[in-house]
Design a protein around this ligand. Sequence first.
Ligand SMILES: C[S@@+](CC[C@H](N)C(=O)[O-])C[C@H]1O[C@@H](n2cnc3c(N)ncnc32)[C@H](O)[C@@H]1O
Length: 226
Amino acid sequence: MAKNKLMKFDEMKTMERVFEPRMTEFMEGNYPLKGKWRTEVFKNDNPIVLELGCGKGEYSVGLGRKYPNQNFVGIDIKGARIWRGAKHANEENLTNVAFLRNVVDFVEHFFGENEVDEIWCTFSDPQPKKPNKRLTSREFIKRYKKILKPDGIVHLKTDNTLLYESTLEEIEEHGYEVLQNSNNIYEKDWDTFDEETQEILSIKTHYETLFANKGFKIKYVSFKVD
Ligand SMILES: C[S@@+](CC[C@H](N)C(=O)[O-])C[C@H]1O[C@@H](n2cnc3c(N)ncnc32)[C@H](O)[C@@H]1O
């Protein structure tokens, strides 16, 4: 492994709010932080928002800055990407931002029932050949329902038409309540968003920048999965 990557992995082990649970720690359903993120990690009673497949955690850090009275957890399997977000959060002393390195597939092992208020899926892999692996597929939404509060919200921001449209189909099939929806946020629907939503949607992730530069239209949908 590259020396640089090893250094990042070592540094992550010293970071207070970066967690890298091993299988044996959570597969029996006894992950020590499950149901206890507020008391054990954030030491407050504020809402918890997850960013799934967070990469470098631009949304976790960006929202963490904007909302000091909410808690954010970025989850990704790639350690070197998480390192970037964790480093920013540490440098800015964002004690309301944490990172968890593992697959999202196990998300219900890490959080307790009703522990999570909102979930962001930011430029998730579209998984063209494995629809069940899409982070907004019914398999994943089933997992989210186990940890989300009854009024919990899922946000999808993506450049990918297949992922966006399959999410809309899932929403329609299950009758989920759509809160915001646009197939072209910047060029078509920007003025329809209120100022707060515009600020939130202005946060740009690494992959968003890559795809937007190639001319892809950025799409956004938020919905309640109650
Ligand atoms: C296209 S990248 C987007 C990263 C970031 N959200 C962004 O917009 O720049 C997808 C990310 O999801 C992560 N990922 C994909 N499937 C995952 C899974 N099942 N569990 C955890 N991370 C996953 C990948 O490691 C990668 O960092």
